[in-house]
Design a protein around this ligand. Sequence first.
Ligand SMILES: *Cc1c(COP(=O)(O)O)cnc(C)c1O
Length: 386
Amino acid sequence: MAIAPDDIRICLEDHPAREPGPQPMAEPLVQTSLFAFPNYDAMLEAFRAEHRNYVYSRGQNPTVEVLEKKLAALEQGEACKCFASGMAAVSAVIMGLLKAGDHILFVNHTYGPTIQLARHLKRFGIEHDLLLDLSPDDVTRALRPNTRLVWLENPGTMLFRTMDVDAIGDVARAHGALTCIDNSWASPLFQKPIHHGVDIVVHSATKYIGGHSDVVAGAVIATAERMEQIFYRAYLLNGGMLAPFDAWLLLRGIRTLPVRMQQHEVDALRVAEWLRSRPEVGAVHHPAFGEPSRSLTGHSGLFSFELAAGGFDAVRRFIDGLKRFRIGVSWGGVESLVISPNRGSNLAYLDAQRMPHSLVRISIGLEGAEALIEDIESSLRSLSQA
Ligand SMILES: *Cc1c(COP(=O)(O)O)cnc(C)c1O
């Protein structure tokens, strides 16, 4: 689907002129750890609001701030804070807003390290449950009196199942719980969760927002009031600040986000449809083939499929038979990537997660669908010949 002209403008717009005369086209990089003041009173004044004023770059930095304004605008939220990684953003939301005795409900397949963090937080008295059934009624039944946060991924990790974000948000709100969604898959261009009633959005900006596999970063978007809590209780003290140079790389990445997302969408759909036609392939888990989700206005380049032939051995041979796809974690860059949740030794985990053993996940880069299809075809052929 077409990307909104307003979003394209936000992604492309250069910095408003600060000085008269010729302006740099690219955002200046303010690579500094601290800011010096003309007098002591000016510093004391700045201390009153470290989330707004330049004092120290583990608080606010002009280059990082430009990025935060862009991401807040794209997500239609009041405030954004950027972090050293997606996991730093996830950690800050949970630690900034929850306390001992609170409960988190994770709905849908959730990014693995987020669940590992929740397990770790049991030591601090924060409880959680995982829910793989996605109807609002299932969510209602799974809520506990102390559920303070409902954590969503739409679509979910690895199997890319979709949900009705609006309806689940209504259920959570009626219960007095906050909702937070990990929007890394859709990017701010293909899903606007705040518009659909979600309270907090987190991103691994490492993925599509960066887009070039050269920076690890994260972001949180929320109301200004909630962001202040996250800032003072978690961001500032956990210390996972985004480096100014990494913010600068992300600002460069965002300039091509609309055109990249459009191409990822078209090429991934072509590859997914081709896979659906192949006898060597079982189910193709692409959100375009699943339950329609009213909050998704487009599809990115990450999806998975099952090999018709068996489990780990077939998975390994198929992956090793690919030449264009690189083998590696992460996704969202210009190069195509392949991985499987099946590590050969974790079948009990896969069964508990309701994940088929022959699942392969691919991230479609920008090499062109034809070249990628050719590569997959050749690996599938050698799989069936062996
Ligand atoms: C990668 C990822 C994260 C974590 O982000 P990092 O930048 O690697 O810390 C969180 N959620 C999802 C869905 C991811 O893919």
